[in-house]
Design a protein around this ligand. Structure first.
Ligand SMILES: Cc1ncc(COP(=O)(O)O)c(C=O)c1O
Length: 388
């Protein structure tokens, strides 16, 4: 295959397109991570991240992928053998459960069909039945990137509060932070887990936490082994603007630029933009006569849409045609959805014409791959975009 001209369309649900402004910021010469300029940078990005997480409390930045930040959330707050309530909403929730088991925690994993979010009523029933208060944490993936289903975190918190259950609430916002409404403090979340390569428009490499006072207090007696992930050393050094080990300086330049871009657009506008593109995408999918993985209209994700193909049609074969012909990458089906589903990422640095190009690529690809569908879905999306 020769050179492909024009821009590649990276419409997987993360890593997302990195804006040129951020790439330029990252390309600055690296500075002394123990010097005064670096200390100013750390303070500025921590303050900015607080606004994105919507918290006035501590925020931690790890040089890691999201998986590292998952592990950090568990090892800072829990002790060997303690019980965690988790929910099978999809591939990522399953991986987080597997990690918790490997770390020596006891997991009550509520089965799910990968087409619904966490049911707040089930959280309530499980915690109400836990009379001995043995459940120490409830862990929820806010936006399941494998299915395009968003769980109702605020409602889950209300159910927990209604019972006065003391379990911590740990939430993965890896594919929702800066894309879907999320409020760490207002919703009473104890540890929010995020990362750089989705709504924050950065390359992979930063794992993020927002932490409640209750979680910090719990960490003092939590006994799972930890060293690299330990909050205490990190927060202590961060107070002076530094890190307990060499930080990813250039990614932090990029993070400062990303935060500036989010604030220039306005966080509310960023969320509204994601909601609008998600609605347009759903109109396209319905127009094609295809089925979405998400079954509950209240739980549709604003950062990605997962689309089922009719039986006997391979979603990866469709993705291959679209990549080769149109230079457009779509997300593959993960875990048990492999081959059955493709995912359209519409998060991060994105606009109407990028969505129009993406949906046109999908519609042309469906025809080329011989998938039975109704023409005109992309047009339905365009009509919506031009009316609003
Ligand atoms: C919801 C969710 N959680 C966790 C992860 C794991 O993050 P990472 O691949 O950066 O380790 C991902 C990755 O896509 C994700 O989408």
């Amino acid at each position: 295959m020769g050179l492909k001209s024009g821009r590649h369309f990276l419409q997987i649900p993360g890593p997302t397109n990195v804006p040129d402004r951020i790439l330029r910021a990252i390309s600055r010469p690296t500075i002394d991570h123990r010097g005064p300029e670096f200390a100013r940078l750390t303070r500025e990005i921590i303050e900015g991240l607080r606004q994105v997480f919507r918290t006035s409390g501590p925020v931690v930045i790890y040089p890691s992928s999201g998986t590292g930040a998952w592990e950090a959330a568990l090892v800072n707050t829990l002790s060997p053998g303690e019980k965690v309530l988790m929910f099978e909403t999809g591939h990522f929730a399953t991986l987080w459960r597997n990690m918790a088991v490997q770390l020596g925690l006891e997991v009550d994993f509520v089965p799910g069909d990968w087409r619904h979010g966490v049911d707040p009523a089930v959280v309530e029933a499980k915690l109400a039945a836990d009379r001995g208060r043995t459940i120490k944490a409830v862990a929820v993936v806010h936006n399941e990137t494998s299915t395009g289903v968003t769980s109702r975190v605020a409602e889950i918190r209300q159910r927990m509060d209604g019972l006065r259950h003391p379990a911590l609430l740990l939430v993965d916002t890896i594919s929702s932070l800066a894309s879907i409404d999320y409020r760490h403090e207002e919703w009473g979340v104890d540890v929010t887990v995020g990362c750089s390569q989705k709504g924050l428009m950065l390359p992979p490499g930063l794992g993020l936490h927002a932490i409640s006072e209750k979680a910090l207090a719990t960490a003092r007696s939590a006994r799972l082994p930890r060293s690299y992930w330990d909050w205490e050393a990190m927060l202590e050094d961060n107070r002076a603007g530094f890190f307990p080990y060499t930080p990813p300086t250039n990614l932090l330049f990029g993070l400062r630029e990303a935060l500036q871009m989010l604030f220039e657009e306005g966080l509310e506008n960023v969320l509204a933009r994601h909601a609008r593109h998600a609605e347009a995408t759903r109109r396209a999918v319905r127009g094609w006569g295809l089925e979405m993985v998400c079954l509950n209209p209240e739980e549709h994700s604003n950062s990605l849409t997962a689309v089922m193909l009719p039986a006997d049609h391979d979603a990866d074969a469709l993705r291959k045609v679209i990549l080769e012909r149109f230079h457009l990458s779509l997300g593959t089906g993960l875990g048990k959805l492999k081959g059955r589903v493709f995912r359209i990422g519409h998060l991060g640095d994105f606009n109407d014409l990028m969505l129009a190009g993406t949906l046109s690529g999908v519609e042309m690809g469906l025809a080329l791959a011989g998938v039975p569908f109704t023409k005109g879905g992309a047009g339905a999306a365009l009509a919506y975009l031009s009316e609003r």
